[in-house]
Design a protein around this ligand. Structure first.
Ligand code: AMP
Ligand code: MG
Length: 330
């Protein structure tokens, strides 16, 4: 899919302070040399991302944690051993080589090692860690294919096409306290998973509003109205229809995003998050389905069925609630 030559020329772009969009297992990232503030500034401009929203630094070698951070915490080794490369971002006190623009002025930096060969080869070949948020315009749907990236970021010339992402939603973001850990953003790696790696540390639920400034209520949004249908304990399509009738839906054609496998008769168009109620598959398909419905000119609005708040389902509902927020709070 991506040749060595393409990786080398993408790495040259990174080295000379440019931007490259590349696949990771979570979503596609828009990367720049993390240690070059002028290059990182281009990410904020291209994405139209507010400067208060910090970026995650992607590494290909665990040794980089040492030079990017200040204090050594042995729990990082345990977490890295279990989850890296993989969808876990760890927020740690930053060292002086990390430019303030990367962390939006915070004294901490988010770091992860992506589980994608193209991403890892790019970082290694560029010879520098790569700062990369998702490769979409700020607040819009995250990209899980190269064509999703090209649709939104027309100014980015180099897009490495590694096919569809294997996880499909953003990494779990955590910070470490003296005795525990805080989940700043839900993702594929759950609290139970983390507990296994660092059994002495407990999850702490209280997070200060400043702990993770980019976590806004509205995010991941399609450019057409989206509503969520709570479907706890509902067994028939008739009941779904009944609950839908209590919602103030816009005029026009609606599309239904089904998790249970049910169809609602009044919707002409149905997309299935998963064939057999598999939450991992639903996570992989979520952003892709939202992109598809956003692009479909025959669809005026979208209704998504809620999914169970278990495992990666918590992260899926977090994305859906944020994607629906701007249309449900007018
Ligand atoms: P994105 O790159 O768009 O997937 O999201 C990055 C998110 O990670 C930010 O919006 C923050 O919520 C979180 N994050 C990154 N760096 C830090 C940090 N230093 N402290 C707290 N949260 C962070
Ligand atoms: Mg993002």
């Amino acid at each position: 899919m991506v040749s060595k030559k393409q990786i080398e020329s993408a790495a040259e772009i990174i080295k000379s302070g440019g931007l490259v969009a590349f696949p990771t297992e979570t979503v596609y990232g828009l990367g720049a040399d993390a240690l070059n503030p002028n290059a990182v500034a281009k990410i904020f401009i291209e994405k139209e991302r507010p400067s208060f929203d910090p970026l995650i630094i992607h590494i290909s070698n665990i040794k980089d944690v040492e030079r990017l951070t200040k204090e050594h915490d042995h729990r990082v080794d345990l977490l890295a051993k279990m989850f890296w490369p993989g969808p876990l971002t760890i927020v740690l006190p930053k060292s002086d080589i990390v430019p303030d623009i990367v962390t939006s002025g915070l004294p901490t930096v988010g770091i992860r090692m992506p589980n994608n060969k193209i991403a890892l080869d790019l970082i290694t070949t560029a010879g520098s860690p790569i700062a990369a948020p998702s490769a979409n315009k700020f607040g819009r749907i995250s990209p899980t294919t190269a064509s999703h990236v090209k649709k939104q970021l027309t100014g980015v010339e180099c897009v490495l096409d590694g096919g569809p992402c294997q996880v499909g939603i953003e990494s779990t973001v955590i910070s470490l306290n003296r005795d525990g850990f805080v989940i700043l953003r839900e993702g594929a790696i759950t609290s139970d998973n983390l507990q296994e790696a660092i059994p002495q540390s407990k999850e702490e639920k209280t997070k200060s509003p400043l702990a993770s400034p980019g976590l806004l209520q509205s995010h991941y949004s399609p450019e057409k109205p989206l509503f969520i249908l709570e479907t706890k304990d509902m067994s028939t399509a008739g009941l779904l229809e009944y609950h839908l009738s209590n919602k103030k839906l816009p005029k026009g054609n609606g599309a239904f995003i089904s998790f249970s496998g049910k169809k609602i008769p009044s919707f002409s168009h149905t997309e299935y998050l998963s064939k057999n109620r598999d939450l991992k598959e639903a996570a992989i398909n979520l952003f892709s389905i939202l992109h598809k419905l956003e692009d479909n000119l025959n669809i005026d609005y979208i209704v998504a069925e809620s999914v169970p708040l278990e495992g990666i389902g918590r992260a899926i509902m977090d994305k859906l609630n944020k994607a629906a927020h701007r249309y449900n709070n007018k």
